[in-house]
Design a protein around this ligand. Structure first.
Ligand code: IVH
Length: 692
C-alpha cells in the first residue's frame, strides 16, 4: 500500500518535471527561432532536450502531442493525405513596374471611393505557402497550398520546423488557421546544394524548390535536418473569438501567440512610402538571409479588403510588386576543372564577364558532369545565369535558339586527358583519376595532391570548423607552399616557428601573435567541430554532430566498425563507407594522434548525463520486444551510459530477452550471462531514471 502511494506521488512529480521541461524548452525554442535572442547555449538546450527525451522514454504514457520531442520527425508516412482548405489559398497579382503599381492603386482608390486606408508592406519571400490549423490551442494540421482548394497534408514535416509553435496559449481563438511562407535561408540552401553535388544528386534550382522539396519529403526525419524557417503573413480564419479589424493588428495579435512574423513588415500611409519601401529593399535584398522576389502590398483595413474582394484567384486588396530578375545571359567560354578538398574534380564555367544586378560575374559553379549533361550545357553556348543574393551564380541552362552548331559537349575525362601520361589525370598533381562507386563524380585519389592539402587546411581553419581567424584561402596556400605546414595538424607546431611566420609576406608581429593565439584557442573547439574539421567526405556539420553524439570520442569513432555506422538511422551507406575509409587510412590516424597530443579536444565534453548508472555495461537484445522498438531500447540504454552490442560475448552484462529469442539466448546461458525479461528491462530503466 505504502509503495503504491509513493509510486503515485512519484508519478505526479514526473508529470510536473515533464511539464517544466517542456515549458522551458518551448520558451528557449521561441527565444532562439522566433525572436533570435537565445538565452542559453546550444549545449544547454541539448541537455534540456536530452533530459526530456529520457524522461519521456521512461514514461511514454505522459508523452503529449505538442511535446518538443515530437518535432524530430515521426516515422515515414506512406503518401500525403489531401486537405480541403476551408477557405481557398489565393495567389497574388503582380506589378512589374511603378506604372503597374500606380495603376493598381488608382483602381482600388476608385472602388473605395474616398474611404481612408493605409498599407502593410511585407517581403515576398521565395518559399512555399502553408496553412496551419490550430484547434483548442494545438497544431492539428499543416497543408501545402496545392491547387488553392486542396493541399497536401504535411503536418508531420511542418512540425519539425522549430519556428512553428506546436501549441499556442489559451487566449487564442478555439479554432483558427494561419498562413505563411516556409523557406530555406540562403546559407542552408547553398550548403544543401553543395552536399547534393558531392553526392551526385540533382541540384535545387533555387531556395523555393529546395524548401518545397524539403517539406514534401516522405520521411519527416529528412525535413527535420533541413534548416527551414517560416514567416506568418496572414490569418486565414478564426472561430469563437473577436479578432482585430486590421491586417497590421492581426499580425501583432498572431505574434502575441508565438507566431513568427517578419520584423521587416511596415505599416505605411501613402503609396509614395510604399515605393520607398520597395526601393530600400531592392537595394538591400542582397543582405537578407533569405531570397525575396519582391514586396507584397496589402490594404490594411480588413473591412475594405472585403469590399475589394477577389478577381478570380487573386485578391484585389493585395499586389506583389516584383523586383527585376537577377538573371542574365552570357557566353560560356570554357568549362574548367578544379580539385576539391576531398579530391573531387569539380567542373566550373568560365564566362564572358557579365553584370547581373550590379555584380560582375566571370565564373559559375557547374557541380558535376551529370548535371552538365542533364542541362545540356556546352562550351560556346549562350547560357542563362542566375544570381540569387549571396548565392554562387548558377547556370540555369543554354539558350537553344542561339546555338550555332559549333558548341562543344563536355566530357570530363576528355578534358583531363594528359597527353604525356596517355590517360585522364588530375590537373594539379597528374595522378590517374578515378570514378566513385555511384559513377557520378571523378576523384583525384592522391591525398598528397597539393590542391587537396591546401583546401583541407583551409577547411580545417574555416568558420564552421576550428574557426581560426587569419588562416583563409591565401594563408593556407602560403603556409603549404613555404613548407611551414604539411597537413593541418602541423598548425599546432607553428608557435615554435614564429620567425618563419614573421618572414611571410604581409605578416607583422601583431598579426603573427594573433594567428598563434587563434590556433591555440581553437584547441577548445568542441568535438563535433573537430570531427567536421577533419574533412571526411560526406561528413557535414550535421553528420559530425551525430557521430559525436553516438561515439563521444575520436578514439571510439576511429575504432568503430562499419556496421556501427550503418546502424545509425540517419547515416546512409555512403557516409558509413567514407568514414570507415577515412579511419582505415594510417596517415589520418597519425594526424589525429598529433591533434590529440597537441591538446585539441578529442572527447565530447558534456556534463555527464545524470543517471549514468549503466555506464560501460554491455547489453544485447534478442527476440521481439512489445513496448519498445529495437532502436528505442538501444537509445535508452545508450542514454544511460550503457553500450549495445549485437553479439553475446564474455563482456555482455545483460541479455534482454523478448518473444521468440534466437540463438543468442543459448549462448548467454552457456556463458552464465544474466537475462532480463522485457518487464525487468523496463524496470531497470525506470530505476535508473528515478535515480536522476
Ligand atoms: S499573401 C491573398 N504575403 O506569394 C494573399 N504571400 O503569389 C496571398 N508569398 O502563395 C498571399 N510572401 O506563397 C502573401 N508576405 C507575403 C508573401 C506571400 C510570399 C507567396 C505565397 C503566395 C504567393 C502568391
Amino acid at each position: 500500500m505504502e509503495n503504491t502511494v509513493f509510486y503515485m506521488v512519484n508519478l505526479v512529480k514526473v508529470k510536473q518535471s515533464l511539464e517544466r521541461l517542456r515549458v522551458s524548452i518551448n520558451r528557449h525554442n521561441y527565444l532562439y527561432h522566433v525572436l533570435n535572442i537565445p538565452e542559453i547555449s546550444d549545449a544547454e538546450y541539448d541537455a534540456l532536450m536530452r533530459e526530456l527525451k529520457q524522461l519521456e522514454a521512461a514514461y511514454p504514457q505522459f508523452v503529449v502531442l505538442d511535446s518538443p520531442t515530437q518535432r524530430v520527425g515521426a516515422a515515414p508516412v506512406k503518401a500525403f493525405g489531401v486537405i480541403n482548405h476551408s477557405l481557398p489559398l489565393l495567389s497574388l497579382n503582380n506589378a512589374f513596374s511603378k506604372e503597374e503599381l500606380l495603376a493598381w492603386y488608382s483602381r482600388i482608390s476608385k472602388i473605395l471611393d474616398g474611404q481612408q486606408f493605409n498599407f502593410v508592406c511585407e517581403h515576398k519571400i521565395d518559399g512555399l505557402a502553408v496553412a496551419l490549423t490550430y484547434v483548442n490551442g494545438q497544431l492539428t494540421t499543416g497543408a501545402t497550398r496545392g491547387d488553392g482548394s486542396r493541399g497536401e497534408d504535411i503536418t508531420q514535416n511542418l512540425k519539425t520546423i522549430r519556428s512553428i509553435p506546436l501549441s499556442v496559449s489559451g487566449d487564442a481563438p478555439p479554432r483558427f488557421e494561419v498562413r505563411g511562407e516556409v523557406f530555406l535561408p540562403k546559407d542552408g540552401f547553398n550548403r544543401l546544394n553543395r552536399e547534393r553535388a558531392e553526392n551526385g544528386l540533382p541540384l535545387f534550382a533555387n531556395p523555393r524548390n529546395a524548401a518545397a522539396g524539403s517539406v514534401r519529403q516522405l520521411d519527416p526525419r529528412i525535413t527535420a535536418k533541413r534548416p527551414l524557417d517560416i514567416y506568418i503573413y496572414m490569418l486565414g480564419y478564426a472561430e469563437g473569438k473577436v479578432i482585430p479589424q486590421t491586417h497590421w493588428e492581426t499580425l501583432e495579435y498572431l505574434q502575441s501567440f508565438g507566431f513568427k512574423v517578419s520584423p521587416k513588415n511596415k505599416l505605411l500611409d501613402s503609396i509614395t512610402k510604399v515605393e520607398d519601401f520597395y526601393h530600400i529593399w531592392l537595394e538591400r535584398r542582397k543582405s537578407l538571409p533569405y531570397e525575396t522576389d519582391g514586396i507584397v502590398v496589402k490594404i490594411n483595413q480588413l473591412g475594405l479588403q472585403e469590399i475589394l474582394g477577389n478577381v478570380g484567384h487573386e485578391p484585389r486588396w493585395a499586389i506583389a510588386y516584383k523586383f527585376p530578375p537577377v538573371q542574365g545571359t552570357t557566353t560560356l567560354r570554357e568549362i574548367r576543372v578544379s580539385v576539391g578538398r576531398t579530391g573531387t574534380l569539380n567542373p566550373y564555367a568560365v564566362l564572358e564577364s557579365v553584370s547581373i544586378g550590379g555584380v560582375t560575374i566571370r565564373q559559375a559553379a557547374l557541380h558535376n558532369e551529370d548535371d552538365i549533361r542533364r542541362k545540356d550545357i556546352r562550351e560556346g553556348d549562350t547560357v542563362i545565369i542566375q544570381r540569387a543574393g549571396e548565392v554562387i551564380p548558377q547556370i540555369i541552362g543554354p539558350v537553344l535558339a542561339k546555338r550555332s552548331g559549333k558548341e562543344k559537349e563536355f566530357n570530363l575525362s576528355e578534358k583531363l586527358y594528359n597527353s604525356s601520361k596517355k590517360r585522364p589525370a588530375c590537373p594539379v598533381c597528374e595522378s590517374e583519376i578515378i570514378k566513385t562507386e555511384a559513377e557520378v563524380m571523378y576523384y583525384c585519389p592522391n591525398v598528397a595532391c597539393p590542391a587537396q592539402i591546401k583546401q583541407r587546411l583551409e577547411h580545417f581553419a574555416s568558420r564552421g570548423a576550428m574557426d581560426i581567424r587569419g588562416i583563409g584561402k591565401s594563408m593556407s596556400a602560403l603556409l603549404i607552399e613555404r613548407g611551414l605546414v604539411g597537413n593541418f595538424s602541423d598548425l599546432y607546431c607553428l608557435k615554435d616557428k614564429k620567425n618563419e611566420l614573421l618572414s611571410l609576406e604581409g605578416m607583422a608581429e601583431k598579426s603573427t601573435t594573433n594567428m598563434i593565439d587563434a590556433i591555440e584557442k581553437s584547441k577548445k573547439q568542441p568535438l563535433a567541430r573537430v570531427v567536421y574539421a577533419l574533412g571526411i567526405r560526406h561528413v557535414g556539420t550535421e553528420t559530425a554532430e551525430i557521430l559525436t553524439k553516438e561515439f563521444g570520442s575520436l578514439e571510439t569513432l576511429a575504432n568503430a566498425l562499419k556496421e556501427q555506422f550503418s546502424s545509425i538511422p540517419t547515416i546512409g551507406p555512403k557516409i558509413a563507407d567514407s568514414v570507415t575509409a577515412f579511419f582505415d587510412n594510417e596517415e589520418n590516424i597519425w594526424i589525429i594522434e598529433k591533434l590529440r597530443k597537441a591538446g585539441v579536444q578529442s572527447e565530447k565534453k558534456v556534463a555527464k548525463p545524470k543517471g549514468q548508472l549503466l555506464s560501460g555495461q554491455e547489453f544485447v537484445i534478442t527476440g521481439r520486444l512489445d513496448r519498445f522498438t529495437r532502436h528505442a531500447a538501444e537509445v535508452q540504454i545508450k542514454a544511460l551510459g550503457g553500450i549495445t552490442r549485437s553479439d553475446v560475448t564474455g563482456k555482455t552484462k545483460y541479455l534482454v530477452t523478448g518473444a521468440d529469442p534466437g540463438s543468442k539466448l543459448k549462448r548467454a546461458r552457456a556463458l552464465g550471462i544474466k537475462q532480463l525479461t522485457e518487464d525487468e528491462f523496463r524496470r531497470l530503466l525506470e530505476k535508473q531514471h528515478r535515480f536522476t
